[in-house]
Design a protein around this ligand. Sequence first.
Ligand code: RP5
Length: 177
Amino acid sequence: MATSAAPKVGVIMGSRSDLDMMAGAMETLQKFEIPCEVRILSAHRTPDLLAEYVKSAKDRGLSVIIAGAGGSAHLAGVTAAHTTLPVVSVPIRRDNQGHEALWSNIMMPPGVPLATMPENGSTNAALFAVRMLALNDPDLSQKYDEFRQKQVESGTEVDRQLQDDGWEATLSAPRGL
Ligand code: RP5
């Protein structure tokens, strides 16, 4: 969904094929009403376009960049090299692939940091961005606290039901969200 507010987070990915794995980031940012921009920019296929985008990101008002890529996954590291904004990496892994994207991102040499999430962890990438943005935004901070409180409540409720019904009945019952 397009938004007219100035984007605070850039969500970039190396390929159209990464879009499904990155959707968790956009959906999570939407839930917190954080405007974001979404781009397909490749460190390999469109390197100049990527550099241009990242170098101008801070001046355009972005605070965080979330970068998702699979394979040799240079996208997040190259992005971090072109900006001083915090960069959150999402290593993309398909069922038929190994862990090369994760390894490539967690092994950044000292000097240029990446906050690397779990494989396909785009939701956590967005939540991490929310935590950073909330440092200077009391309303967002309150929203995040409420979000966490709901997690605590639903976790507590799941346990309460388990205590009431027993584990066998819980196991065979349809799972909620
Ligand atoms: C990476 O190579 C992309 O981030 C993607 O995860 C992977 C495969 O890209 P496609 O061949 O599907 O375009 O650069």
